[in-house]
Design a protein around this ligand. Structure first.
Ligand SMILES: Nc1ncnc2c1ncn2[C@@H]1O[C@H](COP(=O)(O)OP(=O)(O)OP(=O)(O)O)[C@@H](O)[C@H]1O
Ligand SMILES: [Mg+2]
Length: 238
């Protein structure tokens, strides 16, 4: 469960990026976060991974109150979250395989197991044939898939995808959404930010509309509320 309770974020220069927003995303949900440029989408993601702290309000992820999370526990907390960054953050001097291998190496996974996992994940995202290539040898859609693979490789409970279809044509964008949907069907919570309304139209998924740091509309939110109590009980048991 991801909760933002009355969250505001004001930056040092006086910019109000978020004003008193409330969001509840239950485990296993797929949610689109839609809003124009500068509306606060990336700021929400940064709050969820505790890269930023709110100016007021609480952010709670899997029952952890992030305001109170000691700095020393942030790295372990983040392992549960796979992030596809807006600017991808790929290493251009490393191959596709090496880019996806890196998080496992950092996490101290033994090489035999890590190699097996990387190959499985690359196959899942359809990149097996490209694994020895460098990022500059790939198309935009393939690059996005590398970022998806890297976010997936530690089997996170939550995936945050920040504009993963940024510069892609409509067909390739739909393929990325389909890939994220397949991951979601296996139980991973997915939040995908985009400013492309065409992608979310007719998706049948929950769509949170944000504008100028405020939630304008949260479609299908009622269903989430119903499930909220159920989730709370489950989390209390853990
Ligand atoms: N570190 C910062 N310092 C000051 N202002 C910031 C900072 N980061 C973001 N902002 C401002 O906060 C607002 C929200 O930014 P944010 O990056 O969350 O928007 P976004 O919805 O992700 O936009 P885009 O679709 O262009 O990625 C913007 O007005 C932005 O200029
Ligand atoms: Mg952004």
């Amino acid at each position: 469960m991801i909760l933002l309770n009355s969250v505001s974020k004001k930056f040092g220069n006086g910019t109000f990026a978020l004003s008193d927003i409330n969001i509840a995303v239950r485990r296993g949900e797929f949610v689109f976060l839609v809003g124009p440029t500068g509306s606060g989408k990336t700021t929400i993601f940064k709050l969820i991974i505790r890269d930023l702290l709110p100016s007021s309000g609480d952010v709670v992820v899997n029952s952890l109150e992030l305001n109170k999370l000691p700095k020393g526990k942030v790295a372990a907390f983040r392992k549960k979250i796979g992030v596809i960054f807006q600017d991808l953050k790929l290493m251009f001097d490393r191959t596709v395989f090496e880019n996806v291998y890196l998080p496992l190496d950092v996490a101290g996974i033994k090489s035999g197991e890590a190699i097996k996992t990387v190959n499985e994940v690359l196959s899942q995202v359809g990149l097996s044939e490209h694994k020895e290539k460098f990022p500059l040898q790939l198309s935009g859609g393939e690059l996005q898939r590398v970022a998806v693979a890297r976010a997936l490789v530690l089997s996170p409970e939550i995936i945050l995808a920040d504009e993963p279809t940024g510069n892609l044509d409509p067909q390739t964008s739909l393929e990325i959404v389909k890939l994220l949907s397949q991951i979601n069907e296996k139980g991973t919570t997915v939040i995908m930010a985009t400013h492309n309304l065409d992608i979310v139209k007719n998706s049948g998924k929950r769509v949170i509309h944000i504008n100028k740091g405020k939630i304008e509309k949260d479609e299908k939110a009622k269903e989430a509320e119903k499930e909220e109590k159920k989730d709370k009980k489950e989390e209390e048991k853990e």
